[in-house]
Design a protein around this ligand. Structure first.
Ligand SMILES: C[S@@+](CC[C@H](N)C(=O)[O-])C[C@H]1O[C@@H](n2cnc3c(N)ncnc32)[C@H](O)[C@@H]1O
Length: 389
């Protein structure tokens, strides 16, 4: 059993912890933008292949305390690196530091690389070289005050890169964030799933993958552990085959993405094709003002424009119109709006029934739920909300 860490975005730790437990992780503990857990190699492969909410799966090789930089260098040099790579391999180091012993992340990365290569020079008079693009071994260093964790990055590149994205669109959501928004919405495949401002299609695609239980890593071509000395291809193939047996058929699914922009629609269609989801995900070129419900109930999850460069007046109007469309047409639906423009969200003009605070990169966002009750119940809610204003 190994100590491992899965990293994620601020606000998604609880989702990730629950997911890791369901994959079989032990000793699951929530941290800041990460979840630590214990598991074996099979679990590490499974987490990489199946986790929708993790960015990277790190396998710890050594945890230690330091008082100064020399202490850091010697502790890293003492790690038996020859167990993990040979002089023919390449390496790279990613470091995150805080506290006053190692104040610069780049310097910590450099020191780590020196410690590893010095160890090889001393023992074998040869050293592995550095490859920042696609190293055989990506070493992850985390230093907080004097507490250090040195790990191997088994993902190699961030797991939000699912492998289905052909086209970016303008401001695409991270796939990890999109999967989290779908999960938090509680949509389980019943009723319609609709994103009326879908951009490159991230939300409908992740929604389809969740509903069909397609592993998040299904379309990735590369994981860091492929290049590890102990890569067990048979175990890996077994993990994938087992995950595939758990896929569901989506005969009754209705998932739709619409966008006003031709470019966005073309990107979304290309991405849906790449993921092989044409059967379940429909993309339509139309503004949300022209979108009508297809089922008596459903879930709307959307991420309207909130670019700070767009004049906020335009945003306010767009959100206001969107609120009107929801009220007038989508009775029986639940709508979730994800945005960094807090003022604009208020302009939707509906009473929020729940919210999450999440971070999209450095931008603090709200993910707000609106219930679109029908008839008398809605009138009653509106009256209550007016009284509370
Ligand atoms: C922040 S982007 C959505 C990004 C998307 N979630 C993704 O991952 O690619 C907002 C989208 O809203 C679209 N949009 C703006 N006004 C619209 C309208 N009136 N009707 C439909 N889409 C609109 C834009 O074309 C843009 O693609």
């Amino acid at each position: 059993m190994k100590n491992m860490v899965a990293t994620t975005y601020a606000g998604l730790e609880a989702l990730l912890a629950a997911e890791l437990k369901s994959l079989g992780a032990d000793a699951v503990e929530i941290g800041r933008r990460m979840v630590s857990f214990r598991g074996d190699k099979a679990l590490m492969y499974k987490a990489n292949y199946c986790s929708r909410f993790a960015l990277r799966i790190l396998m710890e090789v050594h945890a230690f305390s330091i008082r100064d930089q020399e202490g850091f260098y010697s502790a890293v040099r003492a790690i038996p690196w020859e167990n993990f790579l040979s002089t023919r391999n390449t390496l790279a180091v990613q470091a995150v530091t805080s506290g006053d012993i190692l104040t610069h992340s780049k310097y910590a990365a450099q020191l780590t690389k020196d410690a590893v290569t010095d160890r090889f020079m001393e023992r074998q008079q040869e050293r592995p070289s550095v490859d920042l693009e696609r190293p055989d071994l990506l070493i992850n260093v985390h230093v907080r005050q004097g507490e250090c964790h040195v790990s191997l990055d088994s993902s190699g590149e961030s797991l939000h890169k699912r492998g289905w994205r052909k086209e970016q669109g303008e401001a695409p959501l991270s796939e990890v964030m999109a999967a989290a928004l779908v999960a938090l919405s509680g949509w389980t495949g019943e009723g319609e799933f609709l994103d009326p401002m879908c951009g490159s299609g991230t939300l409908p695609i992740e929604a389809a993958m969740i509903a069909l239980n397609i592993p998040a890593g299904r379309f990735r071509r590369f994981f860091g552990f492929y290049k590890w000395k102990d890569f067990d291809r048979e175990l890996w193939n077994g993990i994938k085959a087992e995950a595939h047996t758990q896929q569901r058929d989506g005969a009754a699914l209705l998932i739709r993405g619409c966008d006003a922009s031709w470019k966005a629609v073309a990107a979304a269609e290309a991405n849906v094709r790449q993921a092989g989801l044409e059967e379940w995900v429909r993309i339509e070129k139309k503004p949300f003002q022209a979108v009508f419900p297809r089922r008596p109930s459903g879930v709307i999850v959307t991420n309207p424009p909130y670019d700070e460069r767009i004049r906020s007046h335009d945003n306010l109007t767009l959100y206001h119109h969107f609120g009107d469309v929801l009220k007038q047409r989508f009775r029986g639906y639940t709508a979730w709006v994800f945005s960094g423009d807090l003022k604009a969200i208020k302009n939707v003009g509906l009473r929020p029934m729940g919210k999450h605070v999440l971070f999209n990169g450095p931008i603090e966002c709200r993910y707000v739920r609106f219930e679109l009750f029908g008839g008398a119940l809605e009138d009653q809610r509106q009256r209550n909300s007016d009284q509370h204003e």
